[in-house]
Design a protein around this ligand. Structure first.
Ligand code: ARG
Length: 583
């Protein structure tokens, strides 16, 4: 038997369609829009009727007549113009759930043809501390990485460090302006380097000559000036170290720490390829590739600037070449702010023109911005950009408000031990709050950072799901202490049935999240599952169940819910503490 309930029903339906000589592509069900009337619905008869110019109700009735013979369906009806409403027997539900409980993947399938994905989802830059704008690519990217890995794809994440653009020339220029040369560069730490960058940025905005100077230094750096290169190596290393720390706290993992600079050699190759293939042309001293402008104007890709420097577009094209040639990517996914959509359209089109991506799928998953309550990109109170570190501190402070004091905690050898325990818990909850608030929103739409609510233990928050898991852990400990063991699932009331049906959706939810690359599908499901559990538990006591078999069944439902919720949080990159504390 298939471990997924929906798949089991689809298989039965396909078999029935085959028997009736109907096109099996329409043999699919979905959870019913009216759960009060049926568990699932199949709208296939309507589509079939259109295709074959027949009466949809007649086709639906034929299908229903065959399915009625199957004892796994408890109720079948044809409604409206030809919808087939199906309810399944309790015994089918429980056998699917028992199989799920015994499977170490909880009944989740793997993709039929695993492939290699390179995930480009960090995009931090030298000398810039991670800010709230970097949150989404790290958090969404990590969720996608985990989900793709879970469904069986080979996914490699690359941070794609921004280490070769004009900001490099700006910082070097600023250091030279202050120190006279670059001899002291190797003594500077991340704060000092960021300050150089901030000052340089302000100056270059006002002063055209200094901007040009920065651009010239960048071009020289790229063309191998040894003095610039040595200083730049230090700037890069210090920045990588700082950014790594931030990502560690966020739990964002990167397999590769390559940067734009690593594409230098490949950039030269791309420029040469374009010239040889006759795709590029010289325009006003720059070498460019013109793009199709069929639906809308699309600016050309600039391969080499008039001062000899190479830009952001070329490094991205060259990086595609490396990922295809060296890493054998079947697919490259970019999780980058959607304001860079045009950039990726240009880059993808140029890569295709150059023949770099014959068998490789390129996808830009563009996310919306994190906004403040005014609907504009989230800022600190004084109007500055919110640093990621400050945001994490803010979240921790919120979580701490609902934590007990260390001195009031029992069962610890010392108050210091208790404090250590609380601190770890606060961090896990604070990060969960930030991540879940991000991942519960559709990727493409931006969201308002709910300063007052995101870290609460109630509502659609990370801490709420964490709390639901910890609560089930405690229920399980108590039941086990009372000698109750989890057993076969028997359905005795509506709430048990609702929970069981909800649990049986897991595989579909995970596969849909993978197909649509939309982690909010998992967040939505985790939230409704936790709520469904709560309703179930209020109605169905384990300790006071009517029979031992009923108690065992309920304990099984509880432990399965716990395992599913833990898996969901894990796929989102969120920790699930065993125990949660509350004031
Ligand atoms: N460093 C870039 C920025 O801050 C983002 C990089 C995104 N990735 C890419 N392959 N272009 O805008």
């Amino acid at each position: 038997m298939d471990l997924s309930l929906e798949q089991t029903i689809n298989n039965k339906l396909a078999h029935c369609f085959e028997q009736l000589g109907l096109d099996t592509r329409f043999a699919v069900v979905k959870p019913s829009d009216r759960p009060d009337l049926s568990d699932f619905q199949c709208n296939g008869a309507l589509a079939l009727a259109k295709q074959e110019h027949k009466n949809p109700r007649e086709i639906a009735s034929q299908i229903a007549a065959v399915l009625e013979q199957d004892a796994d369906f408890s109720k079948i009806s044809v409604d409206g113009p030809g919808f087939i409403n199906l309810s399944v027997s309790d015994s089918l539900i429980s056998s699917v759930l028992c199989a799920m409980a015994q499977d170490n993947r909880l009944g989740c399938s793997r993709v039929a043809n695993p492939h290699k994905i390179i995930l480009d989802s960090g995009g931090p830059n030298v000398a810039k501390a991670l800010h709230v704008g970097h949150l989404r690519s790290a958090v969404i990217g990590e969720a996608i990485r985990r989900i793709e890995k879970f469904v069986g794809n080979d996914i490699i994440s690359d941070v794609h460090f921004g280490d070769y653009g004009t900001p490099m020339g700006m910082i070097l220029g600023e250091i030279i302006r202050q120190d006279g040369d670059l001899s002291r560069t190797s003594t500077y730490n991340i704060e000092q380097i960021s300050d150089f960058y901030k000052r340089a940025n302000a100056r270059c905005k006002e002063n055209e000559a200094e901007k040009e100077e920065a651009s010239r230094i960048t071009a020289e750096l790229q063309n191998g000036n040894p003095e610039y290169y040595k200083a730049w190596q230090h700037l890069r290393q210090v920045s990588v170290d700082a950014v790594k720390k931030n990502y560690d706290v966020l739990g964002a993992h990167f397999d590769l720490w390559l940067g734009e600079s690593d594409a230098h050699q490949a950039s030269q190759e791309v420029i040469k390829m374009a010239q040889e293939q006759g795709i590029s042309e010289v325009d006003d001293g720059a070498t460019i590739i013109r793009l199709e402008e069929s639906n809308k104007p699309k600016p050309p890709v600039i391969l080499v600037k008039s001062n000899g420097g190479i830009g952001y577009q070329v490094t991205d094209i060259a990086t595609i070449k490396m990922r295809v040639d060296d890493l054998k990517a079947d697919e490259i996914i970019y999780v980058v702010d959607k304001r860079q959509s045009l950039h990726f359209e240009q880059v993808f089109e140029a890569a295709a023109k150059l023949g770099l991506v014959k068998h490789t799928k390129l996808q830009h998953i563009g996310f919306g911005t994190v906004n403040g309550s005014d609907g504009k990109p989230f800022k600190t109170r004084d109007g500055g950009v919110m640093n990621l570190e400050d945001l994490i501190t803010l979240s921790k402070d919120k979580v701490r408000e609902s934590m007990p004091e260390a001195k009031d905690l029992e069962g610890f050898a010392s108050e210091a031990e208790a404090q250590k325990y609380i601190d770890t818990l606060v961090e896990d909850i604070a990060i969960a709050a930030i991540k879940f608030q991000d991942l519960k929103n559709n990727i493409a739409s931006g969201y308002v950072f709910e300063l007052d609510d995101f870290a609460k233990f109630e509502g659609k928050t990370g801490p709420y799901i964490q709390y639901a898991i910890a609560r089930i852990n405690s229920i399980m400990r108590k039941a086990q202490a009372a000698g109750i063991q989890a057993g076969d699932i028997i359905i005795t009331n509506r709430e048990e049935r609702d929970l069981a049906l909800k649990l049986a959706q897991l595989n579909n939810v995970v596969m849909r999240t993978h197909e649509e690359k939309e982690p909010s599908i998992i967040s939505d499901y985790a939230y409704t599952l936790a709520q469904t559990f709560s309703t179930f538990y209020n109605a169905s006591s384990i300790m006071n169940a009517a029979t031992p078999a009923e108690a065992s069944s309920r304990l099984r439902l509880a432990s399965l819910t716990r395992d599913v919720l833990k898996l969901l949080l894990d796929l989102l990159g969120i920790k699930a503490p065993e125990v949660m504390l509350k004031k």
